[in-house]
Design a protein around this ligand. Sequence first.
Ligand SMILES: NC(=O)c1ccc[n+]([C@@H]2O[C@H](COP(=O)([O-])OP(=O)(O)OC[C@H]3O[C@@H](n4cnc5c(N)ncnc54)[C@H](O)[C@@H]3O)[C@@H](O)[C@H]2O)c1
Ligand SMILES: O=c1ccn([C@@H]2O[C@H](COP(=O)(O)OP(=O)(O)O[C@H]3O[C@H](CO)[C@@H](O)[C@H](O)[C@H]3O)[C@@H](O)[C@H]2O)c(=O)[nH]1
Length: 331
Amino acid sequence: MTVLVTGGAGYIGSHMVLALRDAGREVVVLDNLSTGFRWAVHPEAAVVEGDCGDEALLGKVIREHGVDAIVHFAGSIVVPDSVADPLGYYLNNTVRSRALIAAAVANGVPRFLFSSTAAVYGDAKESPIVETAPLDPVSPYGTSKLMTEMMLRDTARAHPLKYVALRYFNVAGADPAGRSGQSSPRATHLIKVATQAALGERTHLDVFGTDYPTPDGTCLRDYIHVSDLARAHVLALDHLAAGGESAVFNCGYGRGYSVLEVIEAVKRVSGVDFPVNHAPRRAGDPAALVAGAGRIRETLGWKPELDDLDTIVAHALAWERNLAARRQAAE
Ligand SMILES: NC(=O)c1ccc[n+]([C@@H]2O[C@H](COP(=O)([O-])OP(=O)(O)OC[C@H]3O[C@@H](n4cnc5c(N)ncnc54)[C@H](O)[C@@H]3O)[C@@H](O)[C@H]2O)c1
Ligand SMILES: O=c1ccn([C@@H]2O[C@H](COP(=O)(O)OP(=O)(O)O[C@H]3O[C@H](CO)[C@@H](O)[C@H](O)[C@H]3O)[C@@H](O)[C@H]2O)c(=O)[nH]1
């Protein structure tokens, strides 16, 4: 079984490649390296530099490598950018996903995993949010992902293709063995930015909004360790290979931490008291996003191994130090 991983040079995709290689699977990565890094890909995985919307290239890769499962991470991920450039997001996340699904069907690939997001729920009225909650994205990013979920649902009804859509909550941390991590210098994610502040790479951290209807006034999020998330994907592939039905799963631990709690954790773990400013709310931030996380445990037997905020922060910090050392070595 060869698994095609689109976006395998990116943050989450590179951890999936590690998990697949750790499980002894053959892997081919397709990535256009727009935000990913070739060095982030496990050395035993094949790498094709190209676009996941290029149907001719996809057909060639699928046939040459004998691909029988596709895991689709490639996409654009910054919510405010999607508000400024909706058509760019619909092109990269929706139109190109359509091409990839079409190539899967045309070449008889039977299994497909898709990186979806908690953003498909929008401003959820309930917390925790279960998979059957209303789908009402408030950003083009969320809509672009929901449209792909719908394409997969309809395609799976018409063709012999089974799929799993995994709706990630807030992905954080880094490979415990230090082989990969969040490497984009422009990343906007809270834990990444806070570790950069702890290491003096940023002067301070802004807290976007302190007047939310939450216990301390800052937003609640469900932070899931990237390596636990990658293992969930391996189990989802096993589920489909064993004849399991197409499904949609939330990926989170089912517990929310506030922005201030995360900052405290980064200060505690790093031992550095960096400056924190209170700033206005950021557009499009829901107050609370916490996963109803039962379905994935019951269906896939997924058991988190790294469900601990300090562990997530410690691994993120270790990776940030690793990146700093790489930069120094390159100078
Ligand atoms: N990071 C999160 O918290 C989070 C949360 C929910 C969902 N997701 C989803 O997970 C997936 C991976 O996110 P990430 O955080 O690893 O982001 P990332 O930017 O690190 O990875 C995306 C990868 O896809 C590649 N890529 C982008 N467009 C491409 C294209 N058209 N053809 C080929 N390659 C392309 C990039 O070069 C990069 O390597 C995305 O689909 C994202 O929407 C991420
Ligand atoms: O410098 C910062 C960065 C973030 N935040 C806050 O921290 C929380 C988390 O923000 P961030 O880490 O940027 O993640 P989200 O905006 O929650 O989005 C992530 O998680 C979503 C699912 O929950 C996914 O859909 C998105 O792709 C992914 O980027 C939010 O309240 C932000 O306002 C700050 O206060 N200061």
